[in-house]
Design a protein around this ligand. Structure first.
Ligand SMILES: [Zn+2]
Length: 299
């Protein structure tokens, strides 16, 4: 049973908006791509875990803290007699390990994910201990991408390769015993300890003035509509005016939570592609006008 659903990554939503409207530096681009790939991997892993017995409790995407140290858990499974800690990796290509160091397919050093996993397990064990739970923890690195390979001379029991995913699930599904109240209490306590992180802290620096104005295609291409027909020149998708303007208002308010919604600002944000009259009509239909003259804005 899914006890905690994986939430939509709000930080990624904001990054998609920004990516369409500004140039990312090389590092910002890498961070963005990694986040997108990581999230895709987590969703793929969630799909794979649908094959899990309903008896176990699954908690996704927890940000916990022990003694001032934060740690993030992709998936935690509470089974009858133990807890499984899964760190999902969407790595692709031929990675390698030489003398305990990990290397990317390009031969560049990368963070050893086994070390991250150990850290996470240690902190979780301490937290559980403080909460009064003493279940053994088994931690695994789940490599979800079938295009992943690891050159290594040793056996790493904590690593689950794509070809082992089915067998691993079978192992988890053996001996399903009904959970008791204590397991549910633990699940609830962990959810209560989850911390929300502001999605704004790690975004690239941006300002209203520097972002490209206009209405982007709602489809994956994110191309800007060129004229008021709202037909995408890339994917030929057409969007109704009202939907397009409301979507742009949502983008505007999420990127600039402190800014007020006014006809002039939304007109500008949409790149002047629709008349002020049209914008005003849509805003007054869906929002309430407060204040008057220069302070008038929609809520
Ligand atoms: Zn498009």
């Amino acid at each position: 049973m899914i006890f905690r659903q994986r939430p939509e990554k709000f930080e990624l939503v904001l990054l998609h908006y920004l990516h369409a409207r500004m140039e990312f530096s090389y590092e910002e681009g890498v961070t963005y791509t990694n986040l997108v790939k990581g999230y895709e991997g987590e969703l793929k892993s969630d799909g794979w875990l649908r094959g899990l017995t309903d008896e176990w409790l699954v908690l996704n995407d927890l940000l916990l803290e022990y003694n001032g140290s934060k740690f993030q858990i992709d998936t935690l499974i509470i089974a009858y007699e133990r807890i499984y800690l899964l760190d999902v990796k969407n790595f692709e290509g031929d990675h390698s390990i030489k003398e305990d160091k990990w290397y990317t397919p390009a031969g560049k050093p990368e963070k050893n994910p086994l070390h991250q996993l150990e850290r996470c397990e240690t902190l979780l064990r301490r937290l559980l201990h403080d909460l009064g739970f003493h279940f053994p923890i088994e931690s695994y690195l789940i490599f979800i991408n079938p295009e992943f390979h690891l050159y290594t001379t040793s056996i790493h029991p904590a690593i689950i390769f794509p070809t082992q995913l089915n067998r691993f699930l079978k192992k988890l599904n053996t001996r399903p015993v009904k959970l008791n109240k204590k397991h549910y209490q633990l699940a609830q306590q962990l959810v209560d300890h989850h911390q929300e992180e502001s999605p704004y802290t790690r975004l690239p620096e941006y300002s209203y003035e520097k972002l490209k104005k206009g209405i982007t295609c709602p489809k994956h291409c994110k191309t800007f509509f060129l004229d008021e027909s709202l037909i995408c020149k890339e994917c030929r998708d057409v969007e109704a005016v009202e939907a397009a303007v409301l979507r742009s208002v949502k983008e505007f308010t999420l990127l600039f939570p402190d800014k007020k919604i006014t006809t002039t600002d939304i007109y500008d944000w949409c790149g002047g592609i629709k008349s002020k009259k049209a914008i005003r009509r849509i805003l007054s239909k869906h929002f309430k006008l407060v204040g008057h003259r220069t302070s008038a804005h929609y809520v």
